[in-house]
Ligand binder design. Structure first.
Ligand code: SF4
Length: 237
């Protein structure tokens, strides 16, 4: 594959400080201010990425949930969607516990394409666009053409999948359509970089059986194999 340029790399501290200070989306800032009035003990602020700083997998969801990241300050920690996800992450060896609040991530980091809680869990197009610069900074820290070991971007849900594609360095995505979103879909998008997609672990999917624990486990074990991490269920481990 051809060499590609990436966004400027900044330190983790700088990246997270920029996210914490961001007030670019008036609707979301007002919505979070309203949540602060109702639930002053909650985080009620933008939520950056967290996890293993040497991650080979970056899991990308849509946006903080009201009782999840907007309450706890950590993406995918605190609600039923987090619990479902961490059961799978622990089984696949990416988390040290199935309890999100106690877990440490191994080889994996987690973020959302939009860092602030949106009303009805639905960011609008301008908000997705406004938040691209933060996702780009996270992507620049995660992968560059110089990486020698395989990396996987794991998108959770179709909206996150398409927003993630738009935030990729132009020279990776330029001239190519976003690979269609499908559960378990997989594409090689640059040297040592694959995009894998999975249904979101929202209640809408998990309570209707659209996403089952087996389906999530299958995708996570595939991702684990792609990046060369042995899972607890891997007979080689
Ligand atoms: S959603 Fe992103 S761009 Fe918008 S205010 Fe929050 S951090 Fe800033």
């Amino acid at each position: 594959m051809r060499p590609v340029a990436v966004s400027e790399r900044i330190s983790v501290r700088e990246r997270r400080a920029r996210i914490a200070a961001c007030r670019r989306c008036p609707r979301l800032v007002a919505w979070i201010d309203e949540q602060r009035e109702r639930e002053p003990s909650h985080h009620n602020a933008p939520v950056p990425d967290w996890g293993d700083l040497q991650a080979r997998v970056l899991l990308v969801g849509l946006a903080p949930g009201r009782l999840g990241a907007n309450r706890t300050g950590r993406a995918f920690v605190g609600d039923s969607s987090s619990n479902f996800l961490f059961n799978g992450l622990a089984e696949a060896g990416f988390a040290t516990s199935a309890q999100p609040a106690q877990a440490q991530l191994r080889g994996l980091a987690i973020t959302n394409v939009v860092k602030c809680l949106p009303p009805q869990n639905a960011p609008v197009r301008t908000e997705l666009r406004n938040c691209q610069s933060h996702l780009r900074a996270e992507l620049a820290a995660f992968w560059s053409p110089r990486v020698r070991q395989p990396r996987v971007l794991l998108s959770l849900g179709g909206v996150a999948h398409r927003a993630l594609w738009q935030a990729l360095p132009e020279s990776v995505s330029a001239g190519r359509a976003c690979p269609p979103f499908s559960h378990g879909g997989e594409s090689e998008i640059a040297d040592n970089l694959r995009l894998v997609s999975c249904f979101h672990t929202s209640k809408l999917n998990t309570q209707t059986g659209r996403l089952t624990p087996d389906m999530l486990r299958e995708v996570l074990l595939r991702v684990s194999a792609l990046v060369g991490l042995a899972s607890p269920h891997d007979p080689r481990s």
